[in-house]
Design a protein around this ligand. Sequence first.
Ligand code: PPS
Length: 308
Amino acid sequence: MARLDVAEMICGIMLPGHIHTQESLQFALKFPFQDTDTLIVSYPKSGTTWMQEIVTLIYSRGDPHLNKTVPNWVRAPWLEQYYCAPLLEDSSTTPRVITTHLPHHLLGPALQGSKAKVIYVSRNPKDVVVSFYHFHKMANFLPEAGTFPEFLNRFLGDTLHYGSWFDHIKGWTSQTAAMENLLHITYEDMLLDRHGAIKRISSFLQCPLLEEEVNNCVQHSSFSNMKNNKMVNYTLVTDEIMDHSKGSFMRKGKTGDWKNMFTEEQNQYFESVFKSKMQDCTLEFVWEVQDKEETPAKEHIQQENTDV
Ligand code: PPS
């Protein structure tokens, strides 16, 4: 399956034809969730891989064996991608961990009535757009990135592959009151307090851990450990599909990197579109994290993010 230049369209949303087919999309929309399933949901570049790593570690009680021997797309496959159906057929693992980038208006009906545990991961959209821009440069299954101003326009105009970030976050987070089996956690929550985030997630998954097991999860989900783990850093993917000379999937792993990319004008433009499209939404975002020199209390955060 190469189809690097092909896009599949579903309800106006374009998805890479390299990993999606009309059949795989229909499989996702009609998926019979089991109450024991765990579903990780995110817009691209919001911390999906990080959550896959953390959930695997939690279910393994902090033992990194699976994380170091099985690629993330096998232990937590994307429901809408073509290889998911055969993978789930062959798997006897319980609970199943499944991932999706689909918006709620597409996947919600399949989840209706299910007790599957849903973890929605979000990230501040300025960092999402910068991360996505760099990813477009290396991912040969995505359209040309173009210049950053062009890319920003496409993000704010909802015309990128995977659809509108605004619809995605509003669609899923508006379900938090209605769906008691939905946990919303942010990339910034995980960056600022990975230990606390892991405890929240393990409690939500009804998989309480001993302190030592939490500490092992914290250690093995650090940026540097993940960057060096070929089961999760995408170096197993060939250069034809992801050109590793053009960037690294585990790129920076920071909050506030958008400040190195946005001009003042782009920031103002972003703010005005954001204000208008999010006016019906009360979510608050963490846009940057102070350097440790400025706030000594955050020292351990920087440390956590660089330790091995
Ligand atoms: S994808 O393509 O949708 O699956 O991408 P996704 O995994 O959602 O997002 C990739 C970004 O997450 C960063 N990342 C991390 N940051 C901090 N700590 C850890 N452990 C970690 N793991 C992944 C990754 O570096 C991408 O962000 P950027 O800003 O590009 O570095």
